[in-house]
Write a protein that binds this ligand. Sequence first.
Ligand code: ATP
Length: 345
Amino acid sequence: MRLEISGVSRRYGRTPALENVSLSLFPGEILAVLGDSGCGKSTLLRLVAGLETPDAGEIHIDGRRVAGRGGSEPPDTRGVGLMFQDYALFPHLTVLANVRFGLNHLSSRQARAVALERLAEVGLAGREESYPATLSGGEAQRVALARALAPRPRVLLLDEPFSNLDAGTRERVRADTLAVLRQDGISAILVTHDAAEAVEFADRIALMRKGRLIQCDTAEALYRAPVSPFAARALGDVVTVAGIAAGGRLTTPLGTIPLPSSAPDGAVQVCLRPEAIRIVRRGEGVPGQVLRRSFAGASSRIDIEVPGLDAPLRLTAAQDAITGDSVELGLVEGGILVFPESERA
Ligand SMILES: Nc1ncnc2c1ncn2[C@@H]1O[C@H](COP(=O)(O)OP(=O)(O)OP(=O)(O)O)[C@@H](O)[C@H]1O
């Protein structure tokens, strides 16, 4: 299954929920759509599912136009499965009947066989006669997954399906869901506002902000080469400082280094990943003072005040600096991201 979203926009009254979004989903690929509340993630899924129509742009599934100029194909013929946060199981139906729900095109025997197979796949063999009210949150979400997968959708759309589960259950259900998708080669789009979940679940991440697609790439590429300070912050910690680029050198409150990427001379924003900042030997860096040190397992978390910075630097370091210590800091190659001063998103 290949999904192409081309230049899609959608407004609600005067609110632009999506603006000119283009994305591809390749066969068997899992894509996470990551962004804050209200950035248009669910709207994008609803457009792909056919629950809404775009104001502009087109959506193709396997080369067939399902939305855009010339009308829309209805949701039930798109081959798209849906799974939401509130698993929406029918309370008056058994687990088996819930999973059989979308299998009306099959004979009764076939539908039962497929539903049982899907329930076994999600680890719920033996629970087919239970009612939803007797299931735990994790079990209910597994039933919802079995139901969404039963008709063998070509693409599964997942709208924050794990967010109502407690931490341990969430990880298990997420891992099992991923295993089923991989095993069956089903393409999927996961909507989430949790960067760690996006990294763990998806092959690529589409980062959105205020209805716009900011960047779509692998987690590693987003971490190493974000297109903006916003994208840099979305995946991993950064400390942002002001800098000056001149003659191939970059001057920051934490020292002067060779300019790590091409940038025109002048004022720049510098986003520093934690690994770019080191405590160095005396006389080799800029001075700072340790404000606090807290336990972080094998290493320590150290907050350091540095003259010229708006906020303390937070480093995770193996060094045993103690509160009140004077230290010196320097920059090391890798994890130094330079953006024009005007860049905001
Ligand atoms: N049916 C609707 N009527 C009016 N405005 C809507 C409607 N659906 C969404 N919106 C608005 O469109 C924007 C995008 O909403 P959407 O639900 O797609 O965001 P989201 O990223 O999924 O948010 P969340 O993470 O909170 O679910 C928001 O400003 C929202 O208020």
